[in-house]
Structure formats: structure tokens, C-alpha cells
Design a protein around this ligand. Structure first.
Ligand code: SAM
Length: 370
């Protein structure tokens, strides 16, 4: 239990289990519950005589009770007037990625909307966080940037990401870059005219800060590379790296891959998916870049043979992708459960890969075609 005061109201934070069995729609059940609770709260000016308005916020793990004592009725017996705002939820301002759940970035702070967590962990969480509920919570969830990902593995990226959000003028830098294709829809079906040759076109979806696509373009000058990334704040880092480089076979597009059919028409030879967001929750499975939703989008971008190369350190995403790709008709050409033990001679590393390898994570890779 954690106690706080806000606007002269007493705020009580509890584990959700504390209200198991309390029927919020039965006044007497509520009253007997609050009588017990109030008897523990004597030190905080809560007495068993008086009239209280209590607003109850509930989420999967916890309960917030906002207790307002109405002094006018103070001398009467307990007369509870309880407003239930069940399911309104709340969110925890945290400094680190300790628990699984949805994380939001808002005004440079990190907020957690946890999954169901155990009793002990919940105690740790409420001790080490500020709990935001009501309107403020609603605003954070509506306006914040959702970072829905494998918590440990996303730690570094999110740290970077929060800093990157402050990159000023990123949009202008991106639009002005000679590497960026701003009018990409105009080239649909005719990207060879952009490069001025008939070389194969390889694309990376979710290129991040560009280490892989830049490395590949330098290594294979007779292949044209196009990197796709949906966030300004990330792609701008790739553009900074390219400032002093002249790489004619490389271009970048700032877009969400969901719109990929508006960009390419039967002209791509290979797709790279490196350390794609795993979207661990089942209800978000369709957002994975190897879900059948995306595979069906890729169908019409390939020139002839459809080739996909994927690397990840996320075992579950890897297993899911093997199932998804093979049930979609792809055949496996190469599969590694530990790329760095198998063969890394011509491997070009991505930013994430560098971090994961230095952390000792296994790197999985699969190459498929259909
Ligand atoms: C985990 S990061 C990996 C970045 C890079 N591939 C690497 O390995 O270092 C995933 C990147 O994919 C981008 N991304 C995710 N979904 C995307 C989509 N639908 N369209 C474009 N980019 C996407 C994210 O913004 C993020 O930069």
C-alpha cells in the first residue's frame, strides 16, 4: 500500500488483489471493505466517522482510491458516497523497463501500463513510480508514443528514441537530403529510372539508423538499395551518417511499410527484415512484419522471385516468422539458430545486432523464397 496527498485528497494505492471479492455495485460490501481499510488509515486522518466521496480507479494490477472527506458531514456516522470509475485505468511514471507491458513516451518521460504482474513485483512498482490516473493518464495514452516491444531488448533503442524525439527540425533535414525519395509514389513501377540502371533492387523495411543498408550499399555497388523507416527521428540519424558519403546506389524512404504497395510495383528483388519489432502480444501479431498481412502486401512488390532475409535475436518472433513464412508458401534456403557460430563472413551488422551480440544474445537468421 502507498499513501499520498493530492489537492487535500488522500490517495491510496493498493494491489488489485486487495479488492478481490469486493462487489463494487453492492453498497454494503463496499462499506464493510472501506471500514476495514479506514481502520488501518487512522494515521492519515481517516476516521470511521464522517462522510467520504471515494473515487475508485482500477487496472489489471492495482487500485487507486481517491478519498475526499466532506467536512460538513464530519460528525455523522460513516456515510460513504462512492463513485466508481472502474476500468478507467492508470499509468506509472517509471525510469526503467523493469516489467512487461506497454510503455509510452510522453514529454520526455516514460510511462508503464503493466501486464498482470505478481504481488511482490507490484509492491516494487508502486514504490518506485509515480502513479498517474484520471485525465492526465488519458492524455498520456492518447498523445504519448507507444513503445510496444520486448522490454529488455528495447531498452537501448528506447533510450535513444527518447533523445531522438528532441531532434529539432528532423523533418526539414530529411526532406532536404539527396538520399531521401520524397515523391516516392511517382516512381512506382519505375524505380530503375531513379537509379538510371537495371540493377536489382533490395529494400530493408524498418532500417532504423541505417548501418545495415549503408554497409550493404557500399559492399554491393551493383545492387540498388532502398531503406524504409517510419520515424523521422530515427531516419534522420541515417541521413547524418550519409552526409559526407556519396553512394549512388542508395536511397531512403520515410514511410510506414503498410503503404508499400503504393510505392513499389513488381520491381523489388529482395526484402530485408532486421530485428523487426516483435510485437509480443498476440493481439498485435498482425503488426509483425512477417505476419500474413505484410506478406500479402509484399507479394506484388516483387519483380519475379520473392526473397526475404530476416535476422532477429527474438526467439518467439523467429519461430512465429518461420511458421508464417512457410505456411504462406515460402521455402527455406538458409536457417541459423546461432549466426555467429555458423557463418558471419559476409554478414553486415545492424545497430541492434551490434548491441545484442555484445550482450551475448544469439542471433537467428532465415532466408526464404517463393
Ligand atoms: C527494433 S528497430 C531495428 C532497426 C534496425 N533494423 C536494426 O536492426 O538496427 C525496428 C525499426 O523498424 C521500424 N519500423 C517498425 N515498423 C515499421 C513499419 N511498419 N514501417 C517502417 N518502419 C517500421 C521502427 O521504427 C524501428 O526503427
Amino acid at each position: 500500500m502507498k499513501i499520498d496527498y493530492r489537492d487535500n485528497n488522500l490517495i491510496v494505492f493498493l494491489n488489485r488483489k486487495n479488492i478481490d471479492g469486493v462487489d463494487f455495485y453492492d453498497k454494503s460490501s463496499l462499506e464493510s471493505y472501506f471500514r476495514k481499510l479506514f481502520s488501518k488509515l487512522g494515521d492519515y486522518g481517516i476516521e470511521l466517522g464522517g462522510s467520504y466521496n471515494i473515487t475508485v480507479y482500477v487496472d489489471k494490477c492495482g487500485v487507486v482510491l481517491e478519498v475526499f472527506r466532506d467536512d460538513v458531514d464530519y460528525y455523522y456516522d460513516v456515510d460513504m458516497n462512492i463513485t466508481v470509475s472502474k476500468y478507467s485505468g492508470f499509468i506509472y511514471r517509471v525510469n526503467d523497463f523493469l516489467f512487461s507491458g506497454n510503455y509510452y513516451c510522453y514529454n520526455g518521460c516514460l510511462f508503464l501500463e503493466p501486464d498482470d504482474i505478481d504481488f511482490v513485483s507490484y509492491g516494487i512498482l508502486i514504490e518506485n513510480s509515480d502513479i498517474i490516473y484520471g485525465r492526465e493518464c488519458f492524455d498520456i495514452k492518447r498523445k504519448g508514443i507507444l513503445i510496444d516491444n520486448c522490454v529488455q531488448n528495447m531498452y537501448n533503442w528506447v533510450g535513444d528514441f527518447m533523445r531522438l524525439r528532441n531532434v529539432r527540425g528532423a523533418h526539414d533535414v530529411i526532406c532536404a537530403s539527396r538520399y531521401i525519395i520524397n515523391d516516392y509514389k511517382d516512381y512506382r513501377g519505375n524505380f530503375k529510372s531513379l537509379f538510371g540502371n537495371l540493377n536489382p533492387i533490395h529494400i530493408e523495411i524498418g532500417m532504423g539508423k541505417g548501418d545495415f543498408i549503408i554497409g550493404m550499399a557500399l559492399k554491393y555497388p551493383h545492387i540498388n538499395f532502398i531503406g524504409i523507416e517510419k520515424f523521422d527521428s530515427v531516419i534522420v540519424r541515417a541521413i547524418e551518417k550519409l552526409e559526407d558519403l556519396d553512394i549512388p546506389n542508395l536511397r531512403l524512404i520515410r514511410m510506414d511499410a503498410l503503404g508499400i504497395n503504393d510505392v513499389f510495383d513488381r520491381e523489388v528483388d529482395c526484402v530485408y527484415l532486421n530485428f523487426s519489432d516483435p510485437w509480443p502480444k498476440e493481439r498485435h501479431a498482425k503488426r509483425r512484419l512477417t505476419s500474413s498481412v505484410f506478406l500479402s502486401l509484399y507479394d506484388s512488390i516483387f519483380r519475379d522471385r520473392c526473397v526475404i532475409n530476416m535476422k532477429t535475436d527474438n526467439r518467439k518472433l523467429f519461430e512465429y516468422s518461420i511458421m508464417s513464412l512457410t505456411s504462406y508458401g515460402y521455402s527455406i534456403d538458409f536457417l541459423s539458430l546461432d549466426l555467429y557460430s555458423d557463418d558471419v563472413s559476409d554478414n553486415v551488422q545492424t545497430e541492434y545486432e551490434k548491441k545484442f551480440v555484445s550482450n551475448g544474445n544469439l542471433i537467428y537468421m532465415i532466408s526464404v523464397h517463393k
